[in-house]
Write a protein that binds this ligand. Structure first.
Ligand code: BGC
Length: 730
């Protein structure tokens, strides 16, 4: 049994930013950072909105943070009593990750006695627009209290301010903050009501972008004060009547009571855990870390939408512009395919619906087909900047090539769609635009192929592979292999046009010269250059990689002049060495383990691992997965733990040059899940059956999980001795 609760005791100001991520609560619609009620933008408070973006001037376009309806603090005997200013005698924060409930308990000693605040809050998994908080104050003396609570509309922005206008007002007992975003004029409406159990003097204030209720009363030792806060968030993106909706949600749910809303939230979590929980017998820490990772994935799943994806930093804020990367399809998707196929469909549908943006991007660079955004937002246009890193020394932006050269992104989308079909068996996704998406991605790679007059192969030049430290390289093995896969999948789709819905077949035939494309893509797949192992079995990551300096990781690290320095690009310490940022060849081999015999997989794992900085949280799980394929579960275990604990430990990078990149890491969470289930659990699909070839790490006696395959839930239990039991629901 695991505790399902993480708690941190003591107050450490230097951990405020990190704890905001570690204790995050979210429901796919919004994410609320694990900060305290009295905190403001200075402590990086954020109510981060899924799928809503804004740009101010030429600043980076990023996701929008809503006004914070949880804002609450106290004045005790005329002294402001709040963190971080007022040091507590005791303090703890907790996250109950079984039920998605954040809580805190803080005691302050005042000259007249001690006073304790206990609060809990959640964003409802049952009603995505609703968030609740209970806040209790108790004291051992007759305290003169002013309790201040309301909405703080002075939001934290990285590239803001995003509201060109903010209305703050009271109406029918509700207080409201309605912000208008500067670029598209979206309205974000936060509405709050609050009940208090003690008689008090009440007034309202509107000042410094805050609308606040003030409750003044004497708090006696024998009678605690409890307030319940009801907060709703609705936007003009959801409905035209966002304001009425926000108000009626509060009025209706207040009638049902706090307990009812909390219970229905907990029931929804239970529903998710019934399918998603993973049991590991023999390694409690691993089971905790994995289920904590799963908590984060469930929290950010866009269950309220039919077409939306998950940003690289989840709903923990505006880092990475709230944008969607290859992280979703390559690292997170399997979890949703196996446990919540509806969400997987929503993620895939988002890519289909943003195909036009990808087509625009390809045209912009002079290519055919669909070049997906490296950093994708609601339209699929690329939010990535050409200068995505700031140099620590000169403070000048550095030209980076993530946006224009990381072409492997389009193949990730294709893989996502095909994986969706493989696991769910639902081919209607092809009718709904999936077919075109795959074909357009193949056309994109086709338009990039180069042929030298003296070589009989096609090459892809001037790219950036997953290892972003080496820019503008030729024939990155991972990229070429994924392009080949894309051609193969496009051929598969085009060759089976007749099996699709007649409407789809007609549409595709009108749009494409089907037989010509089949011919071209077949030829492309056959002739695209795929780097092969050398005499030692090593695959060169890209042309010329082996000619680079073979310095050790420690040596390269020691050359840093500043710990925040960017390792890649023109002047980076890694660029002219064989040190790589993250799994690259290894990602290829983890995705396509059947490409080479076992010894080759192993040789590459051994070669690249010491040369990998693991500067991205996406790296460890690929080493974990491949170690499993190589029959080394004991070697995979530390990589699995690193992925699963990414948001518990906070050892990941917080800076890329001068750019803050902290936040939650759902791709690492998804990667940990993949390592557990696909790696240790060894599941695979053959002849329409779910099978497993497990290999558990030394102490793991049993591993148990559930998987949806072709619409049926399968309960899988594997054990240390290789035993496998798969039962399918009737
Ligand atoms: C990694 C990318 C990743 C991005 C978002 C970068 O540091 O190199 O592969 O997609 O972070 O997680």
């Amino acid at each position: 049994m695991i505790d399902w609760k993480i708690t941190e005791r003591g107050f450490y100001p230097e951990k405020i930013a990190f704890n905001g991520n570690k204790f995050l609560i979210a429901n796919g619609y919004m994410g609320v950072r694990g900060t305290l009620e009295e905190f403001t933008k200075d402590q990086l408070v954020a109510v981060n909105m899924a799928g809503l973006y804004d740009q101010v001037g030429n600043g980076w376009r990023e996701s929008v943070n809503a006004p914070n309806g949880f804002f609450t603090y106290l004045i005790v005997d005329e002294e402001i009593c709040r963190l971080p200013e007022c040091e507590p005698s005791e303090h703890s924060v907790s996250l109950d990750y079984r039920n998605g409930i954040f809580s805190r308990k803080t005691t302050w000693k005042t000259p007249r006695g001690s006073l304790t605040v206990e609060s809990e809050r959640f964003v409802s998994l049952a009603q995505p627009h609703l968030a609740l908080m209970k806040y209790k104050i108790s004291s051992n003396f007759h305290a003169d209290i002013e309790l201040i609570t309301g909405i703080d509309a002075d939001v934290w922005d990285i590239n803001g301010p995003h509201y060109s206008n903010m209305e703050l007002f009271e109406e029918d007992g509700l207080i409201k903050a309605i912000g208008t975003t500067s670029e598209k004029g979206h309205k974000i409406c936060v509405t709050e009501n609050c009940s208090i159990n003690l008689p008090s003097e009440k007034r309202l204030s509107i000042k410094d972008k805050k609308i606040l209720r003030h409750f003044c009363f004497i708090l006696r030792p024998e009678h605690d004060c409890v307030i319940e806060k009801w907060i709703s968030v609705c936007t003009s993106n959801d409905t035209e009547n966002y304001e009425q909706k926000a108000a009626s949600l509060i009025n209706d749910y207040m009638k049902s009571g706090y307990k009812y809303v909390k219970n229905s939230h907990i029931e929804k979590w239970e529903e998710r855990w019934k399918v998603s929980e993973v049991f590991i017998e023999g390694h409690k820490e691993a089971m905790e870390a994995l289920n904590y990772s799963i908590y984060h994935l469930i929290s950010v799943a866009p269950r309220h939408s039919k077409s939306l994806s998950i940003p690289a930093r989840g709903l923990s804020g505006q880092v990475y512009k709230g944008a969607v990367f290859w992280d979703t399809e390559m690292f997170m998707l399997d979890f949703f395919l196996y446990t919540d196929p509806q969400v997987a469909r929503t993620l895939i549908k988002y890519r289909i619906d943003t195909l036009d943006g990808a087509i625009r991007k390809a045209r912009y660079y002079g290519y055919d087909g669909a070049f997906y955004a490296w950093e994708s937002q609601e339209t699929g246009d690329d939010a990535c900047s050409d200068y995505n890193v700031v140099d620590v020394f000169t403070k000048r932006p550095v030209r980076t090539y993530f946006k224009d050269k990381q072409i492997h992104i389009s193949s990730a989308i294709v893989r996502g769609i095909m994986r969706y079909i493989e696991i769910t068996g639902d081919k209607t996704i092809l009718d709904e635009g999936g077919a075109e998406t795959i074909i357009e991605c193949a056309k994109f790679y086709y338009s990039l192929l180069l042929k030298r007059l003296n070589r009989n192969v096609y090459e892809l030049h001037d790219v950036v592979g997953p290892d972003e430290y080496h820019e503008r390289v030729n024939n990155n093995g991972y990229t070429n292999r994924m392009a080949k896969y894309t051609f193969d999948m496009a051929v598969e789709v085009l060759s089976s046009v007749k099996n699709l819905e007649p409407e789809t077949a007609k549409r595709l035939k009108n749009k494409y010269k089907v037989s010509q494309l089949i011919k071209s893509f077949t030829d492309a797949s056959k002739h695209i250059y795929i780097p092969q192992p050398d005499k030692n079995g090593i695959i060169e990551q890209f042309d010329g990689y082996m000619k680079l300096e073979d310095a050790s990781l420690e040596e390269v690290r020691s050359r840093l002049l500043d710990e925040k320095e960017y390792w890649g690009g023109a002047n980076g310490v890694a660029s002219h060495t064989r040190i790589i940022k993250q799994a690259d060849v290894v990602t290829w081999l983890a995705m396509f383990p059947d490409d080479f015999p076992h010894e080759i997989l192993l040789a590459n794992w051994r070669y690249y691992e010491p040369r990998t900085e693991h500067g991205s949280s996406l790296s460890a799980c690929m080493y974990g997965l491949l170690a499993c394929r190589c029959g080394m579960p004991e070697k995979a275990l530390p990589f699995f733990m690193k992925s699963a604990r990414a948001d518990l430990e906070g050892t990941g990078k917080e800076w890329a040059g001068l750019i803050y990149i902290g936040g939650t890491h759902p791709a690492a969470a998804g990667g940990a899940y993949m390592t557990a289930v696909n790696g240790f659990g060894g599941i695979y699909f053959e002849e329409e059956k779910l099978k497993a070839k497990p290999q558990l790490p030394p102490n793991w006696q049993k591993l148990r999980f559930n998987i949806y395959y072709k619409g049926k839930l399968h309960r899988v239990e594997v054990d240390q001795k290789g035993g496998v039991s798969v039962t399918r629901e009737p």
